[in-house]
Design a protein around this ligand. Structure first.
Ligand code: ASP
Length: 432
């Protein structure tokens, strides 16, 4: 059987022309194997497209045109630096992608907006980030002597209609991958590269869908599972999985090896290192997952595999800022019973508000949510029909795996703890 590795390059690895050059350099080190590459949008393009989407939905043409211009300029700056020959086909290809996006946001105002949800519009617009970056990477690798074929992920990753968090139809996806990518790889030579976009797919009506923020990791896992590879590498701007985010924690420690279970727990509670759905398919097929630093490609990074989950000797901290703690009590002072919980969860699900931590007492139910201004007012209004709502804005949620008394102390010292919940391995703290 041919040797195949799946690599995912995140936005930070392709945030400049130097980034694209570095990715190409890494690939050249793997000339003795075939590669399946998944690429994210350049740098912070996904955030920039979210802002563009807001201006589009607000019908604000001036800000809309300006945000479009900024995104286009940042991509053409990179193209200009990578392709000195101005007649290179990449110029025309990128231009036509930008034309498509421009066409969409122009015509969009004519569509029946009622039938089109925020989530649907999100997927049609924000998915362009990956289309742009893959167009550049594909052309650049070929220009550097790497034989590369670009597969449009919308022809590979088949999903349902659940925009922004689409569920994968595994059977159809396997059919598409086995029909296109698999035979191409089988006929390719070592050093050849199959490339596709992370994060995006398509629904049964051929509309673009997305897999959730950071979804490119998941794309890599899907491909690895279906192509039956033995390992996947996610290339990031950190040395591996750390025990805390270096942005707020001084000198975090790297975890050398962790279990799939630990990785699922960390991703679920919001460690931004891996998309939560990524691990399951890898665990099911026993595929090793490496998290490595693209700036130090020779370094070991972190290996996520099938090992004893109790090997961790120090606490792992996950911090979620911008939370809101809502406490919900029946208006008639009755107890919280199953019917209430069912009603509350139905409302949370309707707004896709993920309960980051929850707790109930006899007369109230508390839940900590991301402070998402777009939905929060409506959500609270709907809950207020039957319940008395109290809330605390601007709280933080800390989750500590393998906690110690000192670790809890460190986080709570001098602060007000609004909620504390412990299991044997995990503590959640909502603090103000
Ligand atoms: N570009 C998307 C994001 O920033 C998906 C990804 O990179 O995984 O969330």
């Amino acid at each position: 059987m041919m040797e195949l590795k799946v690599f995912k390059f995140g936005g930070a690895s392709v945030n400049s022309s130097a980034g694209f050059r570095n990715v190409c350099g890494i690939l050249k080190k793997y000339r003795n194997t075939r590669l399946m590459i998944v690429v994210s949008a350049m740098g912070k393009t996904t955030n920039a497209l979210e802002i563009l989407l807001k201006h589009y939905l607000d019908n604000d043409p001036i800000l809309l045109i300006e945000s479009f211009r900024v995104i286009k300029e940042s991509h053409f700056k990179v193209i200009g630096e990578l392709f000195p020959d101005k007649t290179h086909p990449v110029y025309g290809e990128a231009e036509s992608l930008f034309d498509q996006l421009r066409g969409y946001i122009r015509k969009g105002h004519l569509y029946d907006k009622v039938a089109r949800t925020y989530d649907f519009e999100y997927d049609q617009i924000v998915s362009y980030g990956e289309l742009f970056s893959s167009c550049i990477l594909y052309n650049y690798l070929n220009s550097q002597g790497i034989t590369c074929r670009l597969f449009d992920a919308r022809g590979l990753i088949m999903t349902d209609h659940n925009n922004r968090d689409s569920r994968v139809n595994w059977e159809k996806t396997a059919g598409m991958i086995n029909k296109s990518v698999q035979p191409w790889l089988a006929g390719s030579l070592n050093g050849d590269v199959a490339l596709t976009q992370g994060f995006i797919g398509s629904d049964p009506s051929h509309n673009t869908t997305t897999l959730g923020r950071e979804g490119s990791d998941y794309t890599a896992a899907i491909l690895a599972y279906i192509l039956k590879t033995s390992e996947v590498t996610i290339w990031k701007d950190v040395p591996g999985v750390l025990n805390a985010d270096p942005k707020w924690f001084r000198n975090p420690k790297k975890l050398d090896t962790i279990s799939y279970r630990e990785a699922i727990e960390l991703a679920y509670y919001g460690a931004s290192v891996i998309h939560p759905k990524t691990i399951r398919p890898l665990e099911n097929a026993g595929i090793k997952l490496y998290v490595k630093n693209f700036a130090k490609p020779g370094a070991a990074g972190t290996l996520i595999t099938n090992i004893d989950s109790w090997n961790i000797r120090f606490p792992i901290y996950i911090r979620k800022e911008n939370q809101v703690l809502i406490s919900i009590s029946p208006r008639d002072f009755s107890f919280i019973i199953e019917e209430n919980l069912s009603q509350i969860f139905t409302i949370l699900a309707k707004y896709r508000a993920k309960a980051n931590v929850m707790q109930n007492s006899a007369i109230s139910f508390s839940v900590c949510l991301d402070r998402n201004e777009r939905i929060l007012a409506d959500l609270i209004e709907e809950l207020s029909v039957d319940y008395e709502i109290r809330y605390n804005y601007n709280v933080e949620l800390f989750t500590v795996r393998h906690y110690t008394a000192a670790a809890i102390n460190r986080l709570t010292k001098g602060r007000l703890v609004l909620l504390e919940q412990k299991t044997r391995q995990t503590v959640h703290l909502v603090v103000k």
